[in-house]
Write a protein of this length. Structure first.
Lengths: 235, 792
């Protein structure tokens, strides 16, 4: 549990808008250990989604180091970045981003095309409680169910990191709790490190580590020695 | 899995992909169909000419002897030569029916294509009849036909039904504009079928002997077959390049040769070739336009379809799919749909457009193996269309992939330049209604979408105006020829070879308004001779002329010749220049000063007054009389070959142009279909791109009817802009087509009836309006929540 997985070191990300530049991140640094359930907390525009994109190899840092499992991904070529995403990262988006023309099981099996040893799709669907809906199309599912498909697709890869961008943002509180439970179980089973980006401070109460971001800077990176159980939080 | 996704996406957006498929299909169908028709026409004739050895030269004279034939055969580069007696004969049982009868010795040149029956047999006394006449008259092998010429009457059993390479187009005489296979065909017989009595009588008449016994005294061992008055020698030259040399050699060495016509200058060959040339110009340009408009529309549509997949592209990238895997997946969208569209287009083009156009042509032209042929070129073009669309899909996808996945996962917002904001924040703009403001902003911020829609709809409007404009111009040509230039009720065509007294007897009855057309050769600027005609005019007000400005003019100068504007352009001649010409059968050349230009819609020839021709020492014996007398029902007038009333002539030429009209109508139908599909496709894309904004407006509390009005209003603006551009462009295209594509024989000026503009405008607007109304209804069904979510 103590082994360092992420070392986000003095990372700067600058965007150009027209002739002006603005820093989404200005020298952000933090570390995360393997197997932690991490919540990155901050208001809109703080830079938390930028952190997630950089961790997931979806964007490149302007400067600084991003060391994941001992490897600096900020130095990777686009091709290596694609490989990194395929092998190490499972994404869970706020609006699920599952492919509407594929069935539930097909959305999970999609991973088979890019990962060498994926988990069996049905097994993963059982884990998220969707085995009965395997043949359905996304538009036949509720929002929570769609998010669970997204989780199933992410964990089928057996990734090093599960990166979740406001995973409960589009869900009602009850469904949100179920989704968080799933993510927590996934983390506790020791298979994945989970990083959740959110502005919902309640989620921080169940996290092992809480990183607070504001104006592109890390305000704090604290270990939560006594995370609450999901049931204990008043959502 | 991605393949499954591909086909599901296509199924999900079926109407969008069907429109793409249809656009590719129609573009390829129009192109390959028209090419198949042109290739079918060209290849069928080329094969027929080659396989059946079409003669290179026709030598015309009055009595070609065996010695003449041998002398021709001995000339350098002559491979073979055959004599032929060609005469117009009348069906014994029906005076209205007749044949062009040919009596031949051998059949090595211009060989029969035997459709049914036996090949040519010189010993046979039977007949070989052309297929179209046989079909129209229910004749078959074994039937007997009987026909007469002068004092000769022949009864022959039909030995075969044939096609002939030098009779692709058969008309009774120059006065007939159109083949009528029910009344006129061609027939071949062996020289052995000519009755000896006929030859004997002809010899006696020539020698002025009335008693047969006397002839036997003069010519006791006469072989009548040697006195057949052959009037043609068909010549087969070893190589095309030597045809001209052989022609001059015959002129110099064969005294009895009155005229030598190259195969290319015969009516049969030139009419057929004219169709091909005309087709290549007219329909060739249309086919290219169709393809261009269709492909342009498909490319823009595909680009936008792929752009709509932005979030999914981002998701696939985020999941770890490689760029090439994503690219390959999206190329599939363009590739498979356009491949199916192109394959269907090739198939339908061959059978629908090509087949129908060929059938229309084959009502007039008679030749075997005349199907439409898809050539390699069409397959290559279809493949290029598929590859082009796939390539554009690739480029669009690549553009999306170039962004990093974090960027791709966000909605692309239109880039607004501060310059454009100037107008949309001005005082005037603020006073406009909400709908107008919304649409102006939308157009300014989505310029490419607007321009694409305008270009697509303009293209359709251009095609409609152009096709209708061509119909107008044809109708205008008929009106010009038969209501303005021809100012008589009847044209009487006289028999050939009448003497002065016989002619005078006819002009005494039917009037003095006459003309004569002489076959001539003119020297072109490079010194080569080409066939033409001189119209000797003595018809007063019965024939009128127009100048190059379409104003009536007088042909009254007796010190030179008038030539048509188009001929002058082709020969690069101007008023005051000299043109050199000679009449067929005479070797004397005349150098005539050009004293004026006239514009003639259907023949590009020289015109001269009778006085001028007589001043050159040429005898004027008219071949036509023009009259307003009532000659209805009069057929058998002595020394008269035919009597045509103006209405019949007009109908004949209308019939001839009917084929072109049918082709244009098919083109219009395809243009309208393509137009509807393009407008639908553009509108549905435009709607789906605006759906998010409409759902936002709905959320804000705007009524469905108002949103619908906004949507329809913008489409109407685009349609009006397209119409404003399309109408003058349509006119310009029609003018251009008439200038560059028409056969040299014709000189149509462009005429577009105001109704055409109105139809083009109303048609385009109506289609756009109906499609907008149809799609506008969808506003009612917008699910605000899911619409907004799906765009995030």
């Amino acid at each position: 549990m103590s082994k360092e997985l992420i070392n986000f070191n003095n990372v700067r990300k600058t965007y150009s808008v027209g002739e002006k530049n603005f820093d989404a991140l200005s020298g952000a640094s933090f570390t995360v250990n393997k197997g932690e359930f991490v919540v990155i907390l901050g208001p809109s525009g703080a830079g938390k989604s930028t952190i997630l994109n950089l961790l997931g190899g979806m964007d490149k840092a302007t400067s600084g180091e991003i060391i994941i499992d001992g490897k600096d991904i900020s130095k990777l070529t686009p091709k290596e970045m694609t490989h990194y995403r395929a092998e190490n990262i499972g994404f869970i988006f706020q609006f699920y981003n599952i492919l509407p023309t594929l069935t539930v099981i097909e959305n999970v099996e999609l991973i088979n095309d890019i990962v060498k040893n994926p988990k069996p799709a049905m097994e993963v669907l059982k884990r998220v409680g969707l085995e009965m809906h395997a043949g359905k199309f996304p538009n036949q599912l509720s929002g929570g169910e769609q998010q669970r498909v997204s989780i199933a697709r992410a964990i089928a890869k057996n990734p090093l990191l599960l990166l979740c961008d406001e995973p409960t943002g589009a869900l009602d509180s009850q469904t949100g709790v179920e989704v968080l439970k799933l993510l927590k179980e996934q983390c506790r089973s020791g298979e994945n490190t989970v990083v959740i980006v959110t502005h919902n401070s309640l989620i921080a109460e169940i996290a092992d580590r809480v990183i607070r971001v504001k104006n592109g800077k890390i305000r704090s990176n604290e270990l939560n020695t006594s995370p609450k159980k999901i049931e204990e939080v008043e959502w | 899995m991605l393949r499954r996704k591909l086909f599901r996406e296509i199924r999900k957006n079926l109407s969008q992909f069907i429109t793409i498929l249809l656009m590719v299909m129609i573009g390829v169908m129009a192109y390959s169909g028209i090419e198949a028709y042109m290739a079918g026409m060209t290849i069928a004739a080329d094969d027929f000419y080659r396989d059946n050895n079409l003669q290179d030269l026709n030598v015309m004279g009055e009595n070609f002897t065996k010695e003449d034939l041998e002398n021709v055969k001995k000339l350098d580069h002559v491979k073979n030569a055959e004599r032929k007696l060609e005469i117009n004969v009348i069906n014994s049982s029906d005076n209205d029916k007749g044949f062009l009868a040919s009596f031949i010795e051998t059949n090595e040149i211009s060989k029969f294509y035997v459709y049914e029956g036996k090949p040519f047999d010189p010993e046979s006394k039977g007949a070989w009849v052309n297929k179209y006449y046989a079909e129209a008259n229910g004749l078959k092998v074994g039937d007997t036909i009987k026909f007469k010429y002068d004092t000769m009457e022949i009864e022959a059993v039909i030995e075969g039904i044939i096609h002939m390479p030098d009779h692709l187009y058969t008309i009774r005489d120059e006065a007939a504009l159109l083949p009528n296979f029910n009344e006129f065909g061609f027939i071949y017989l062996s020289y052995n079928a000519i009755p000896e009595e006929y030859i004997r009588d002809a010899i006696m008449k020539k020698l002025g002997i009335e008693d047969e016994a006397l002839l036997k005294v003069f010519m006791p061992d006469i072989n009548y077959k040697e006195y057949i008055p052959y009037n043609y020698i068909m010549v087969d030259v070893d190589e095309k390049a030597n045809v001209e040399a052989v022609r001059y050699a015959i002129e110099d060495n064969i005294g009895s040769a009155l005229a030598i016509i190259k195969a290319e200058d015969t009516v049969s060959y030139s009419r057929y070739q004219g169709e091909i040339d005309e087709g290549k110009g007219f329909v060739g340009i249309f086919s290219g336009l169709f393809l261009f408009i269709a492909v342009l529309s498909v490319i823009t549509t595909m680009t936008r379809v792929i752009k709509k997949q932005r979030i999914q592209i981002g998701t696939l990238k985020a999941l770890g799919f490689t760029d090439s895997a994503v690219q390959l997946h999206y190329i599939g969208f363009g590739f498979w749909v356009s491949l199916i569209g192109a394959a269907l287009g090739l198939l339908l083009g061959r059978f629908f457009i090509g087949g129908v156009f060929m059938k229309l042509e084959m009502d007039f032209f008679e030749l075997p193996n005349n199907g439409a042929i898809i050539e390699l070129k069409s397959y290559i073009v279809a493949l290029l269309v598929v590859l082009g669309i796939s390539f554009v899909t690739y480029l669009t996808c690549r553009k999306q992939l170039k962004e990093n996945p974090a960027e791709t996962l966000r909605i692309e917002l239109p880039k607004v330049k501060s310059g454009t904001l100037g107008f949309t924040t001005s005082k005037v703009f603020r006073k406009l209604s909400f709908g107008v403001k919304w649409n102006i902003r939308d157009i300014i911020r989505n310029k490419i979408r607007t321009v694409t829609a305008v270009v697509g709809i303009t293209g359709c409007c251009v095609l409609i105006v152009c096709a209708l404009g061509m119909l107008n111009s044809i109708d205008n040509f008929i009106k010009l020829q038969f209501e303005e230039l021809y100012n008589f009720n009847y044209k009487i065509t006289l028999n050939q070879g009448l003497n002065k007294d016989e002619t005078k007897a006819l002009t005494d009855i039917y009037g003095e308004y006459t003309s004569k057309t002489l076959g001539i050769e003119i020297k072109n600027p490079s010194g080569e001779r080409e066939a033409n005609s001189i119209f000797v005019y003595d018809a007063g007000e019965k024939i009128r002329f127009k100048d190059k400005d379409d104003e009536f003019m007088q042909i009254n100068r007796d010190d030179g010749v008038y030539i048509t504007v188009r001929l002058a352009e082709n020969l690069n001649l101007k008023v005051g220049d000299t043109i050199s010409w000679h009449v067929y059968g005479s070797k004397e050349f005349y150098d005539s000063k050009i004293v004026g230009f006239n514009r003639d819609p259907q023949s590009q020839i020289i015109t001269a007054t009778r006085t001028y021709i007589e001043s050159l020492g040429l005898e004027y014996l008219p071949d036509s009389i023009y009259t307003d007398m009532d000659l209805k029902g009069q057929k058998d007038i002595k020394n008269v070959e035919s009597v045509q009333d103006i209405a019949t002539m007009k109908n004949d030429i209308s019939g001839m142009l009917e084929m072109m009209r049918s082709m244009i109508i098919i083109i219009i139908a395809v243009a309208v279909l393509l137009g509807v599909i393009i407008i639908y496709s553009m509108s549905i894309l435009s709607y789906s791109e605006k759906q998010y904004q409409f759902s936002t407006l709905k959320v804000l509390g705007f009524e469905d009817s108002m949103i619908r009005k906004i949507f329809i209003k913008q489409n109407n603006w685009i349609a009006v802009a397209a119409i404003i551009l399309g109408l003058p462009l349509g006119r310009a295209l029609t003018g251009w087509l008439f200038t560059i594509c028409l056969e040299d024989t014709y000189d149509f000026s462009t005429y577009i009836h105001p109704l055409t503009y109105l139809l083009g405008a109303i048609g385009t607007f109506t289609v756009s309006f109906i499609v907008s109304q149809f799609l506008g209804r969808k506003v009612n069904g917008i699910d605000m929540v899911s619409s907004l979510k799906s765009n995030e």
